[in-house]
Design a protein around this ligand. Structure first.
Ligand code: ADP
Length: 441
C-alpha cells in the first residue's frame, strides 16, 4: 500500500517536473531566439552607421573588428557576392556568398536573416544581413545554443528537483498511508462494538458492511450451537424411550398382554428417530456449500399429481378430504425438491387439521407467476407465531407435532427450497379457521 502510494506520487511528480521543464525551455528558447535576432539587427545597424563600410574602395585591411567583437562574425559582401571582408577568416579564401539565403534576401529586400546548424555540436548560427547605400551587404553572425543544448543545460537542476521530490514523496506516502491505515486497524479492533463509529466518512460503508458481516457470523455460530443442542435433545427423547422399553422387556418385567404395546412404542420411536435423522441430513445438505443443483423445466401441476397418491392415504387415515385443483404450469426447478416442498406443506395441512377437515392444493398462474397454494381449515397458527414456524425445531403445539410424527424441521426445509428457487412463501392463517401457505415462483 505504502509502496503503491509512493510510486504513484513519485511518477506524478516526475511527470509534472518534466512537463514544466520542457514547457519552460520551449517558451524561453523562443524568447532567446528573438533576443539574438534583435541583437544582431542592432549590431548590424550600428556598424552600418559607423560609415566603416560606406565606400567600396576603403582599405579593408585597416578594418579590424576581431578584437572588439569576438562574439560576432562580421562579413562584408560586394554586389556580385564576392567577400570583401571577414573578421574571422581571410576574405580572399572565402567563396562567393551570393548563394546564402540571407544575403540574397538582403540584396532583394534590404535585409535578410537565416539560422543554420553550426559546425560546433549543439549550436546554431544566426545571420542578419543588411543592404548598404553603396549596394554592398553587411552581414553579422553569432552562435547560440540549440534547443536541445538549452534543455540539457537545465537537466542538472531538473535532476536535483526530482531527487528532492522523491524524498518528499517517500515521507508523504509514509505519513499518508499511516493516516489512512491506522484508523482502519483501530476499527478492526472494535468490530464487536456496535456503537463504534467509522473514524472518517469514507470508511462508513466499509464499517457498516463489516459490522453486519460480523453480526451475521456471530448469529450463524449461535444458530449452529442452538441447532446442535436441539438435535441432541430431540434425538435423546426417542432413544431414551426405546432403551427404556427394551430394558423392561429384557428384564422380563412386562406382562404378556402389554408386550404388543411396548413393541409398538419401540417401532414408533425408532421411526421418529429415522424421520428426524432424515430431516437433519436434508438440512445439512442444503447448508453444504458448493452443492450441485440441477434445474429443469418441469410441470409443477404434474409433480403435485404424482405426490397426491402417497398423501391421499395419509389424509384418508385422518378422515380428511384432499383435492388438487389447477392446470399444468411450467417452471424451472429441481423436481426432487418440488416433491419435497409439496409433501411437507400438505403433510402439515393434514397434521394440523381435525377429522372431517378439508385440504386443497391449487397450482395455477396468478399475475403471470406460477403459484402453489395449500389450504386447510384446521387449527390455524396464532399471528405472533407465524414468523417463527420456519425456524428449525420451532413448533406451536409441541405435543401435537410429536404425536403426529412431526420433527419441527419440515418448514425449515421448505424455506430452504423456496430460497434456492428464488421464490417467496407467505402464511395466511387464523386460529380455529385454517391456514393457507402460498409459494409464488
Ligand atoms: P412439524 O414437523 O412440527 O410440523 P414444521 O417445521 O413443518 O414442523 O412446522 C412448524 C410448526 O408450524 C408446526 O409444529 C406447527 O405448529 C406449525 N404449522 C405448520 N403448518 C401448519 C398448518 N398448516 N396449520 C397449523 N399449524 C401449522
Amino acid at each position: 500500500m505504502k509502496r503503491k502510494i509512493n510510486l504513484q506520487l513519485v511518477a506524478i511528480a516526475i511527470l509534472a517536473v518534466m512537463a514544466t521543464a520542457i514547457g519552460i525551455t520551449i517558451v524561453y528558447y523562443g524568447l532567446f531566439q528573438r533576443q539574438i535576432r534583435q541583437d544582431l539587427m542592432i549590431n548590424a545597424k550600428m556598424l552600418r552607421d559607423t560609415q566603416y563600410f560606406s565606400s567600396t574602395d576603403i582599405d579593408v585591411d585597416s578594418v579590424d573588428l576581431s578584437a572588439e567583437n569576438s562574439e560576432l562574425r562580421v562579413t562584408w559582401i560586394d554586389g556580385d557576392g564576392t567577400v570583401l571582408y571577414d573578421n574571422d577568416v581571410d576574405a580572399a579564401k572565402l567563396e562567393n556568398h551570393m548563394d546564402r539565403p540571407e544575403i540574397r534576401e538582403a540584396f532583394e529586400t534590404g535585409e535578410g536573416d537565416a539560422v543554420r546548424k553550426s559546425d560546433t555540436l549543439n549550436e546554431d548560427t544566426y545571420y542578419y544581413a543588411i543592404l548598404l547605400t553603396n549596394s554592398t551587404v553587411l552581414r553579422i553572425a553569432a552562435n547560440a545554443q540549440s534547443l536541445l543544448a538549452v534543455f540539457l543545460s537545465v537537466m542538472p537542476v531538473i535532476l536535483l528537483i526530482i531527487v528532492l521530490i522523491i524524498t518528499v514523496c517517500v515521507i508523504l506516502s509514509f505519513t499518508m498511508a499511516q493516516q489512512i491505515l491506522a484508523p482502519i486497524e483501530a476499527m478492526a479492533d472494535h468490530l464487536e462494538n456496535a456503537d463504534y463509529d467509522a473514524p472518517y466518512k469514507e470508511l462508513e460503508p466499509l464499517a457498516r458492511k463489516l459490522k453486519s458481516q460480523h453480526a451475521d457470523v456471530l448469529a450463524a455460530a449461535k444458530a449452529r450451537q442452538d441447532f446442535t443442542a436441539n438435535v441432541s435433545h430431540e434425538l435423546k427423547t426417542p432413544l431414551t424411550a426405546i432403551s427404556g422399553y427394551a430394558d423392561l422387556l429384557q428384564a422380563g418385567m412386562v406382562e404378556e398382554k402389554q408386550k404388543d404395546h411396548l413393541y409398538g412404542e419401540i417401532t414408533k420411536n425408532a421411526n421418529r428417530l429415522l424421520s428426524l435423522i432424515n430431516d437433519i441430513i436434508r438440512l445439512s445438505e442444503f447448508d453444504r456449500a458448493g452443492r450441485e443443483l440441477t434445474f429443469e423445466q418441469i410441470d409443477l401441476y404434474g409433480i403435485a399429481v404424482e405426490c397426491m397418491d402417497n398423501l391421499k392415504v395419509n389424509a384418508k387415515q385422518r378422515e380428511i378430504s384432499l383435492t388438487l385443483e389447477g392446470n399444468p404450469c411450467y417452471i424451472n426447478a429441481n423436481p426432487h425438491m418440488m416433491r419435497e416442498l409439496i409433501e411437507n406443506l400438505v403433510q402439515n395441512a393434514i397434521r394440523y387439521s381435525n377429522a372431517g377437515g378439508r385440504v386443497r392444493v391449487i397450482v395455477d398462474e396468478r399475475g403471470g407467476k406460477v403459484t402453489l397454494a395449500v389450504k386447510d381449515n384446521g387449527i390455524g397458527i396464532p399471528a405472533a407465531e407465524q414468523e417463527r414456524i420456519f425456524e428449525r425445531f420451532y413448533r406451536v403445539d409441541k405435543s401435537r407435532s410429536k404425536a403426529t410424527g412431526g420433527t419441527g424441521l419440515g418448514l425449515a426445509i421448505v424455506k430452504h427450497i423456496v430460497e434456492l428457487h428464488d421464490a417467496k412463501i407467505s402464511v395466511d392463517s387464523s386460529p380455529g379457521v385454517g391456514t393457507t401457505m402460498t409459494v409464488i415462483f
